[in-house]
Ligand binder design. Structure first.
Ligand code: HEC
Ligand code: HEC
Ligand code: HEC
Ligand code: HEC
Length: 248
């Protein structure tokens, strides 16, 4: 019996690997890690109709938990208080983090905090929580969020950070200097143009969505297909995602 259980676990692990290995960027939310019907090898799947959007949105009777913005939200909010990131650079000391979860970050954390039930939606009460590397439990140990990008540019100067009208950069090569990165086209495909830094900000705030696209539709395609996804607005290769904002 124990052996059989171990086999089942091993198999579902394999299935999870298979399901997500082919998770291509910019192919939409269906089948992505944000499709709870397949995420975590089905650990979060409890919707009777295998709906995809319903885990996060509803057309009627949305929750109004006083969180802004909450686009027709169908999922309990992250409610507990969280400690913000503490700036390491003295030059950043004047940048205020009034609410670390400002903007959609609170929505992300309503699943990623490792405490809230990922599978609770509408009237369906779930109990499965996030664990492992996908749990973002401690905001003091991650890239700062919940502050104004303009405040940061004021503190650091225009030469330290890209303009909000600049686009996320496409490729980084060892021969390019930061000030010659192509922030204007960001042409990732025949017709694809990357987002501007500003379009990832909420009321000018840096949030989880400043780096991630929750719907897997406006994110970057890795150089090697299927090598990673992470729903990122720019590639990991060459740290294009970091160099899109930071002129380092
Ligand atoms: C895992 C949670 C999640 C799922 C699943 C999800 N969304 Fe969203 N959606 C969000 C969040 C968070 C936002 C607000 C932040 C953002 O847009 O980055 C949002 C915003 C939106 C918006 C507002 C406009 C926009 O694009 O920003 C629309 C429309 C939308 N979602 C439609 C859908 C539809 C349709 C589906 C199903 C096919 C879906 N979403 C699935 C989390 C989700
Ligand atoms: C309804 C719950 C839910 C919400 C809301 C949600 N996520 Fe997720 N997210 C998940 C699950 C489930 C996974 C996959 C976990 C697994 O398979 O182990 C995931 C995975 C991810 C990953 C990892 C992708 C990869 O390739 O490794 C990222 C990045 C992510 N989410 C970011 C976000 C951001 C940013 C938001 C808010 C804009 C958000 N999530 C909102 C449930 C959610
Ligand atoms: C400054 C950009 C940035 C911000 C802001 C950001 N992330 Fe990420 N995130 C990344 C990058 C880049 C990765 C890819 C993995 C890596 O490089 O460590 C990632 C990876 C992840 C993963 C997958 C981790 C793993 O090891 O599988 C999750 C889940 C995630 N982010 C959720 C979030 C949530 C939730 C927020 C907001 C609370 C957030 N991220 C804010 C850049 C960011
Ligand atoms: C959407 C824009 C944006 C992206 C993308 C981004 N950052 Fe940042 N980051 C900022 C801003 C704004 C600040 C605050 C001002 C500053 O330090 O330049 C900041 C702060 C930081 C800090 C903290 C400095 C301190 O004083 O503690 C570090 C370290 C950092 N970023 C590294 C990274 C890395 C590494 C990446 C890529 C994984 C990244 N950033 C991606 C905008 C961004």
């Amino acid at each position: 019996m124990l052996k059989k259980l171990a086999l089942v676990i091993a198999f579902s692990g394999l299935m999870a690997g298979m399901a997500h290995a082919g998770m291509a960027a910019r192919t939409g939310v269906v089948g992505s890690m944000h499709d709870m019907n397949s995420a975590g090898s089905g650990a979060f799947s409890n919707d009777p109709y295998n709906r995809v959007c319903a885990y996060c949105h509803t057309p009627h009777n949305a929750q109004a938990p006083g969180i802004v913005p909450a686009p027709l939200w169908n999922h309990g909010p992250q409610t507990g208080a969280v400690d913000p990131y503490a700036w390491a650079s003295p030059a950043n000391a004047s940048i205020v983090i009034a609410d670390p979860l400002a903007g959609p970050s609170r929505l992300c954390m309503s699943c990623h905090d490792g405490v809230s039930a990922v599978d609770s939606h509408g009237s369906i009460v779930g109990g499965a929580t996030m664990s492992g590397s996908k749990k973002i439990g401690d905001l003091t140990l991650m890239h700062p969020i919940g502050f104004s990008y303009d405040d940061a540019r004021t503190a650091r100067g225009d030469n330290a950070l890209a303009a909000v009208t600049d686009r996320f950069i496409d490729e980084v090569t060892s021969s390019t200097l930061f000030d010659t990165f192509d922030h204007t086209n960001g042409n990732l495909g025949a017709t694809w143009v990357t987002k501007t830094i500003g379009s990832g900000l909420y009321g000018n705030m840096v949030t989880c969505a400043s780096c991630h696209d929750v719907h897997n539709s406006t994110n970057a395609v890795p150089n090697v297909a299927g090598s990673y996804n992470y729903f990122l607005h720019a590639k990991e290769e060459g740290s294009a995602i970091c160099l899109s904002c930071h002129k380092k």
